[in-house]
Each structure stands twice: as C-alpha cells, then as structure tokens.
Design a binder for this molecule. Sequence first.
Ligand SMILES: [Zn+2]
Length: 454
Amino acid sequence: MTKTFISADWVIPMAGPDFAIADGAVLFEDDRITAIGKAADMAMQKEGADRVMALRGHAVMPGLVNTHTHVAGALTKAMTEDVSGFGGAFKVALPMHEHYVRKEDVYLPGLLHAVEMLRTGTTTINECWWHQPEPAKVIRDSGIRGVVGAEVREMDTGQVGFGRFERNWDRAMADAGIDEALDLLENWHGKANGRITVRVAPDGPDRCTPRLLIQLKEMADKYDVGLHAHTASVPGEAEFMLHTYGKRTIPFLHELGLLSPRYIGAHCAFVDDDEIALMAETGMCMSHTAYLVAKRGYYPPMEKIYKAGVSVSLGSDWLSNDMWKVMRAAALIPRVLSGDVGIRSGRDVLEMATIGGARCLGMADSIGSLEVGKKADIIAIDMRQAWYHPYRDENLAANLVFNSNAGDVRHVFVDGVHVVSDGRMVSIDEEKLIEEARAVARGVWERSAPLFAR
Ligand SMILES: [Zn+2]
C-alpha cells in the first residue's frame, strides 16, 4: 500500500459548508482518500506517508468531470469553429467522421484528446463514439477515468441537417453499433481497477428509429447501466421530430420510457418550456456544453432550465476539452442573455464541473469531491502566478474560475495514480504523441479533401 500526503495553501473539498480549508492536507492510501483536514492536525498521517508533497501556493481540489465528450473529435479540432450557417457540424465534421475516418484513425488522436483533458484537470469523462473499443482503449491507456458508450446510430449522420426530413434507415448500421455496445458491456465494464465503466449510448432521437431506442433502453436495463445520448442537440432536430412524430424531442423520449435520472442528455439546446418542465420532472440529467454551443451560435435557455430545477452538469463535446473554458462559458453567457449576474457564480460552475458531474453519472459516492472513502481523483493548481494576485481569500472560487489558465494545473492523480506531474504526463511522451497524431490526422484530412473543396 502506498500512502500519499499532500499539503497545500488551499484544499477545496467541494463538500461541506466551507469552500476551502486553508493550509489543508489530504491523505490517500492507494486509490482511496483516508483523511482530509488542516495540515497542522494531520502531523501523524504525514509521518506515516510514503510520499509527501508540500504544494506551496497551490489549490488542491477534486478532478473535473466532463459529462459529454468524444475523444475522436481530436480529428476535427478548430476545423468547424468558423464555418457559418450551421455548416461546421453538418457539412464538415459529421460527413468527415462518417465517410473518411477509419477505426485505425481513432486511437492516437483520441489519446491526445485525453492528454489535453488530463493536463487541464479533468479526471473523469463520459465518452461515446463509433469505432469502439478504440475510445475505451484510450481511457485504459491514458489513465483517465471514463464512462464509455458505443454510439449506436441507424443512419448515415452525414444526412443530418437543418430542414432535412428524409432518413434512409439502415438496420445494418444499428446492428453493428449494437455489437460494439455489447462488446463494451461484456468486456470493458469495470476494467482497469474499475476506472472504466459503460453506458448505452443512442446517438440521438433523430438518428435512431423508435424501435432501436426501445431496444437500447432494454439493453441498459438488462446490464443495469445508464443511457447517454445527444438530445435536442442540433438546429432542425425539433422540426424533424415534429414532422415525423408530431412531438418534440423530450416528450418523444419520455413516452418511449427513456428519461430518468440515469439518462444523460447532451446539449439540450433546443427545448421549449414544456420540455424543460419534463426534464425536471423525470430527473434526467443535462450535459450543458456551454462552450461548444456558443461557438455554433446558439445556447440553451439556461435561465429557465436552472429555475425549473433540472439537474445540470458540464460537458465539452469535442474540439476543446478544457473544462475551465466550459465553466467560464457556463458562467458568462447566461449572464449576457439574462442580464443577471447572479444566474451562476464561480462556485456554482465549479460544483457543476465536479460533484454535479459525478451526480449525473451516478458516481457521487466515489468521485466529485474530496471526502474520506472516495477515490483519489485529485488536481493541484499552481496559483503562484500574476493573474491570481492579489486576492481576498473569500474570493477563491471566483479567482479560480475567472482568472485561471488551464496550464496552471500542475499535478493530477486519478485513482491515486500520479498521471500528471509538474505539468507533464508521467507515462506518455506528449511531443512524440502530437507528431504521431498529426500524421494520422493528415491522412484523414487528405482523404477528406472533397469536404473542404465545397
Ligand atoms: Zn457530442
């Protein structure tokens, strides 16, 4: 057993009434936290530790939880942000992934995406994509904690787009996705000392038939796992649902029996008042992809969503996976839209990005806060930087959320394992990986040339 004792200027447990413990410390034994408190009261624990880290000027807190991402998105980085007219996702990203990205293209860029997440302080991701089990291997090999789902779709998603009401349903595609989902459930759930768990992931209600959605819900029930799906996620989805089923996304999913606290809906950007009420009533969780949707020029009606009491966590989706950017977008953009600075505080978004995410994933008993008995998923932020100072101790949460740079995350532990040390990956050569991932991506982009020509 390895005992690790970390002391820091601030220990932020994200549990209990006080935001931070000044001159605090945390002790963990292998993967579990065994003590937390004032460093001065923990001299005995320090004595018996195998590894002692005195992090002067640092804040130590639970790792961030990203409740919606795709590591394969590394292949699309910065490619779609400035494409107007909803074109980024519909004309570039989805057709590229559907027609030009092969299974063997996913691992190395995906690993780089995972490195980005770890280096910026994320310790748990909720991941879904095609080409499983490559993303599951990324989670295994990067050292991050991950919930993984095989995204099951029943159509070429290159056909999704605003005003497109036709669907060429392709049952063979659904069957291939179901095979990948079953492989994950049978062979990956609970793997890597429990770091990897599995969900069932319908791509979205506009990309699966009702029959498939029901089948996937039954699969989730059989294996006693949750669901994770794009939900009210793109412009035109509500119109498609109304045209095809005579109802919008949320009531449609509710009538099929999918919505519950074990359902995570990514984006929920296009929901009306009745849908918001239903989201709250069913207890489903929303993964609010604040930074991503803002890039696309739309935003969920967060003022109403918070007021209704919907369970909200934060997700990056892809492109950038820096949760500090997501937190800032979640704090700032609704203020602009509502004219109300009080809608979300720095502390609120920190909670959404830690214990809130853990709750959404049904993992609040093991991650999301620093408490005795929980997993040692811990990050340390070096605050000895000009951009934090001077500050009042009372404003620590706002200082972290509004003034930090993601690179200030200097140490990351996942499951008690030191994954990032002094800002560098411990077991991955980042420079080499960047070169390898770039080589794979160049191949994909060469094959994708027709998409960029139009
Ligand atoms: Zn997504």
